[in-house]
Design a protein around this ligand. Structure first.
Ligand SMILES: [Zn+2]
Length: 405
């Protein structure tokens, strides 16, 4: 009787066990073979050898990398059906669940698609109905990214009202965003930082296309605070000074800014990642602090594709696997002040991705249409969100089919 009772207890220890995988967890400085056990949606144990009998279900991750669920710090998820609008509540944004789990992403941060006037709609329409964890930067423009004149309206950039809505939605709003402004003034930037100061949150800056160009040095070394985020760091667009200068050298002000704590976010997108910038920057050791997709309809089927494709691209440009995983999990969690995410410590929510590192001959494309060849490519094999399998490419977690009797 006693033995049977013990066995019953043992069998109930864990709901799920991921065995024989290679764990990469930057926060806990783990880069080794480790088993991960899950109970009630949380990480219950991480150890070199956890017996299979202790779990209801075992997933054999032999040959796979086990990493925290990816955090994509720059996406556009305020999808909707308003035909005359751009990213906010319109067709250019995408419903996150259709594009996240299949590339190992469990958390996305919407980068300013909504402002204080329409954040409620975004929240009710997308955030509250997504299995993906959706967080957000609130746009300094009250109407968010509706395109055209709306995003150029200084009269709709109100730090106080932005701060009120950010404070009211602190559970999901992680910062303030400025994007797409093309005038010659610093006012939009100053107001964005002012809102960030009011709510003690970082700002994310898409440094527009200012004609004439505004000083990158002033932005990075005078205007932004440590922890603030400069997105699209490998872009080269008209009206914005690029990180790598005309002689192929990383500008000293960019290096100095990174050293003082400005976050350089990749934000690939449909027009913001060019090899002309990325290749010399990586060669000279100027790496993005975080990898992110800038997911929207204009990027997903072009060079960007998804997070694992971006990670693969950076891997082939010379970043290590540990670096690309860290900068897609733990570092973005820190930048958005959500340190409960991005790692697999005991007690953390079981958001996990199983990645397959394939070898072969692969092509990677930038946003100008150039291609490079690479021999490594990551593929998402399986994704767990709070302990539940939400994506399983080859049925790793499923029983083998048998003819029914
Ligand atoms: Zn964006």
């Amino acid at each position: 009787m006693i033995l049977a009772a013990c066995h019953w207890l043992a069998a109930q220890d864990y709901d799920l066990l991921i065995k024989n995988g290679h764990l990469i967890d930057a926060k806990n400085q783990l880069d080794q073979s480790m088993d991960v056990a899950i109970l009630d949606g949380k990480i219950a144990a991480v150890a070199p050898d956890i017996p299979g009998e202790k779990a209801e279900k075992v997933i054999d991750a032999t040959g796979l990398y086990v990493v925290p669920g990816l955090i994509d710090m720059h996406v556009h998820a305020f999808w909707g059906t308003r035909p005359d609008e751009y990213i906010g509540n319109s067709y250019t944004s995408l419903p996150p669940d259709g594009f996240t789990f299949r590339s190992g992403v469990t958390t996305v941060v919407d980068a300013g698609s909504a402002g204080w006037r329409n954040f409620k709609t975004f929240r009710e329409q997308t955030i509250d109905h997504s299995k993906t964890r959706v967080l957000a930067f609130l746009n300094i423009v009250g109407w968010g990214m509706k395109g055209g004149a709306i995003e150029q309206n200084l009269g709709d950039m109100d730090p106080k009202l932005t701060a009120i809505v950010a404070r009211q939605n602190r559970d999901v709003i992680v910062g303030i965003k400025l994007a797409h402004y093309s005038g010659p003034e610093w006012d939009p930037l100053d107001r964005t930082v002012e809102a960030g100061v009011l709510v003690d949150m970082p700002v994310m800056i898409d440094f527009g296309g200012h004609i004439p160009e505004l000083s990158m040095e002033t932005l990075l070394l005078e205007k932004l605070r440590p922890g603030d985020i400069y997105t699209h760091c490998y872009a080269h667009v008209r009206g914005r000074i690029p990180v790598v200068d005309e002689n192929g050298q990383v500008r000293p002000c960019a290096r100095e800014a990174q050293e003082k704590g400005i976050v350089f976010d990749l934000g690939h997108g449909g027009g913001s990642f060019v090899f002309e910038q990325a290749i010399p920057a990586v060669e000279q050791g100027f790496l993005p602090n975080s990898l992110s997709s800038d997911l929207h309809t204009g990027s997903m089927n072009a060079g960007m594709k998804d997070m694992v494709n971006i990670m693969s691209k950076m891997l082939n440009l010379g970043m290590s696997l540990q670096e690309v995983v860290a900068r897609s999990t733990w570092t973005p969690a820190v930048y958005i002040n959500r340190e409960e995410l991005g790692h697999l410590s005991v007690g953390a929510g079981a958001d996990i991705a199983l990645l397959n590192l394939k070898e072969g001959d692969f092509g990677f494309v930038d946003t100008r249409g150039w291609k490079i060849q690479g021999n490594k490519k990551l593929e998402c094999e399986l994704t767990l969100r709070d302990g539940t399998v939400v994506y399983d490419l080859n049925g790793l977690s499923m029983p083998q089919w048998e003819a029914e009797k």
